[in-house]
Structures are given as C-alpha cells and as structure tokens.
Design a protein around this ligand. Structure first.
Ligand code: SF4
Length: 382
C-alpha cells in the first residue's frame, strides 16, 4: 500500500478521534466533483449524457472549499467530469492544501501536460490518472484511440517535475487477468506511486451497461490477477483488506457516508456511485438519509457493487478493529484459493427505483433559477 507516512498517521489519528468520540458515521474521503463536463465520452460513464446546461455548470472555488470545511474529511478526491477543465482548479487545490487536506486529483490526463504549471508539487497532493489497462484496452474503454499514449507522456512529464502520480484502473467484464498483470508491470515501470483498482459500477445511464462485472465474476477475476501478481511487487493505493474483499475473502457491507459526494446538484444521496437525491448541506445528508435503504442486500441497484468508493471505508474501519488481520493480508497478499467468504443474500432487496428523469428535471430547474445553467456553443472548455 503506497500512502505517505505522514498521511497514514494523520488519517489514523482522525479515525481514532472519531472512534473515541463514539461517532457512528463519519466521512473519510470527500468526493468533490467541481463539474460534470469531460473531454472524453467513456462507455462506462453515466454522466456524459447530461444536457449542455448541466455540463457547463461549475462549483466555484468558494463552494469547493466550503464543501471541504462542511464535511471535514481528511482526504479530498477531485473527480468529475474532468477536473482539469475547471479554470480555477489550481486555486481549489491550493485552498485545500492550506486546510491540511490530502488531495487526489483524478484526470484522464489529456490536458495534464498543458496544465501542470497551475500546480506545485506537494507531498499532500497527487494526480490520479485514469488508465483502464494497457494501450489497447484503455483506448477501447474510453472510446478514443491515442489516449493511452497521451496519458503516459503526461505521467512522465508530471513525474519529471516532481509530482506524485497514481493510477486509477477500472475493470469491466472481459478483462483478461494476464493483460491486467502486464499493465500493472507497465505502470510500475513508469515509477508511479501506486494503483487504485476496482470493478466498474453499473451506472444505469452508462451507454454500455452489459459490460459491468457481477460479484462472482469480480472475485474470480481479482483472485486470478492477485495470483499472477505474486512476487511482481505491485503497489496499490488501497488497504490490504479492501483487496482481500475484492478477492472474495471478506463479507463487507458498504459505507456510503465514508465517501460523501458534493457536486453542482448539491450533496448526493446516498453515495458517489448512486444519485437518488440531493440535499443542500452535509448535515442534512448525514442526518436525513435513510442509510438502511441502500447497500448490497437492501437495494437492487447495489447488488453487484464492490467499488472502492463504497467499500474502502469499510475495510479501513475493519483494519482499525483488526490490525493483525490487516497486517497478515498486507504481508502475504490476498488469499487466491479456497472457499470464498459468504455473500450477502439478495432475497429481500427492494426493487430499483427510476429516479433519474425526475431528478434531472428538478436539478436543471434549480440551476436555471440560480442562473447557473448556461447554454454554450463550445463542446469543451480548456
Ligand atoms: S452498494 Fe453502497 S456504495 Fe455501492 S452503490 Fe450501493 S450505496 Fe453506493
């Protein structure tokens, strides 16, 4: 696991404070989406078909920093959309660093080289570059040839200027363990800090929902990848127990409040992956969400979810409770054979609700009323 020592200590102290104070639900990572606009149109993304008026809306620097203050999570992930399309993203990062946050800026890296001058290297700041496999697999996943090569060139440029760089890799059905293993070797050779790896979440609005992994396939895929990874010294930016969960060795319920999400619609309920409602304040999100209505076994849309934004906080809480178990997995790697941990039964889950269109209308109306939903003639702003 590759997380700077100072960051691990500060997050450990934060978690201990929450436990000692008896706080039942607390945030670990703020997922901050300053805009939905992207300069790619990936098949696995549920955000690219928002109307232009929504894609053009932005959170201001003040709103971004206000969200971080309101939430108090020690880590902020800047996601989207493509955060580098936000003209003031450098100011957002500076403001978050001044607040002592640890920041991961997720990017497809198409604009990274051009925008590097907006940032300064800092141990608390890392770019997380989205690469869904080697050249062929990634370019296919993002539906644009040449993207992998641009990203790799940008990673080298960022590393040369002293920036921390990690990789975020999402796997879909059809992922071949051998190719994933080769990809892991490739990114290791690039000198990146580590990789965040996760199965894709089946966004109901994604153009290609057939290619998401179900739970059983996810566990088998990760067992095979981790088996191939033995002795190859890959570094993950994830807890050992989350990786063990991916390999089918832990029965975890998600912790959706662990990664609360703020975007141009407000605070998203219940989690980063699922937008079933929006509220104005973080307090409302935490206190007024019916958390038991969501999660695997509770809601049909959650049945196959094993994504890090939902389950990493569960694994971290388990690590705090069972440090020796976590250490054992960290030392020997996730178990890749033998029986899997029992899965959560799905017999009593409530059926999926169709909420997208009503929420879209409601959010668009609100953005228009606030004068924030402006039409544009330009597809992408740089
Ligand atoms: S399982 Fe949890 S994290 Fe995953 S979509 Fe459902 S509520 Fe969100």
């Amino acid at each position: 696991m590759s997380v700077p020592l100072q960051q691990s200590i500060k997050i450990g102290l934060y978690l201990m404070r929450q436990r000692l104070a008896g706080v039942k639900r607390y945030p670990l990572v703020l997922m901050l989406e300053p805009l939905f606009r992207c300069n790619l149109a990936c098949n696995g993304c549920g955000k690219i078909d928002y109307p232009d008026k929504i894609l053009n809306a932005r959170l201001s620097v003040e709103e971004c920093l206000g969200a971080a203050d309101e939430c108090g999570a020690p880590v902020v992930v800047l996601a989207g959309g493509e955060p580098l399309l936000h003209k003031e993203i450098g100011e957002v990062v500076e403001g978050l660093l001044a607040r002592g946050k640890f920041i991961y800026l997720c990017t497809n890296a198409l604009l990274l080289e051009k925008k590097l001058d907006q940032f300064k290297p800092n141990p608390a700041f890392a770019f997380t570059v989205h690469l869904d496999g080697g050249r062929e697999d990634h370019d296919k996943a993002v539906s644009q040839p040449g993207t992998y090569d641009i990203a790799v060139k940008a990673i080298k440029a960022a590393r040369a200027k002293g920036f921390r760089v990690n990789i975020n890799c999402t796997l879909f059905s059809g992922a071949e363990p051998g190719r994933v293993a080769d990809f892991m070797d490739e990114v290791k050779a690039l000198g990146v800090g580590g990789v965040t790896i996760s199965p894709g979440y089946a966004y109901e609005r994604a153009p290609d929902t057939q290619h998401f992994l179900n739970r059983r396939n996810t566990k088998q895929l990760f067992r095979e990848i981790f088996r191939l990874g033995r002795g190859r010294k890959w570094t993950f930016v994830q807890s050992s127990l989350f990786l063990d969960f991916l390999a089918g060795n832990q029965t975890y319920h998600c912790t959706p409040w662990g990664n609360p999400t703020r975007n141009v619609f407000g605070w998203q309920r219940p989690c980063y992956l699922l937008g079933e409602g929006y509220v104005k304040t973080f307090k409302e999100l935490m206190e007024q969400t019916d958390w038991d209505a969501y999660g695997t076994g509770n809601y049909e849309k959650c049945a196959d979810c094993m994504v890090h934004s939902g389950f990493e906080a569960t694994a971290v809480a388990d690590t705090m409770k069972n440090p020796l178990k976590a250490l054992a997995v960290a030392l020997r790697g996730p178990r890749v054979d033998g029986p899997m941990a029992s899965d959560i039964p799905l017999d009593h889950q409530r059926p999926a609700e169709k909420v997208f269109d009503a929420l879209l209308e409601q959010n668009l109306g609100r953005l228009e009323a606030e004068g924030r939903a402006q039409p544009t003639h330009r597809r992408v702003q740089g």
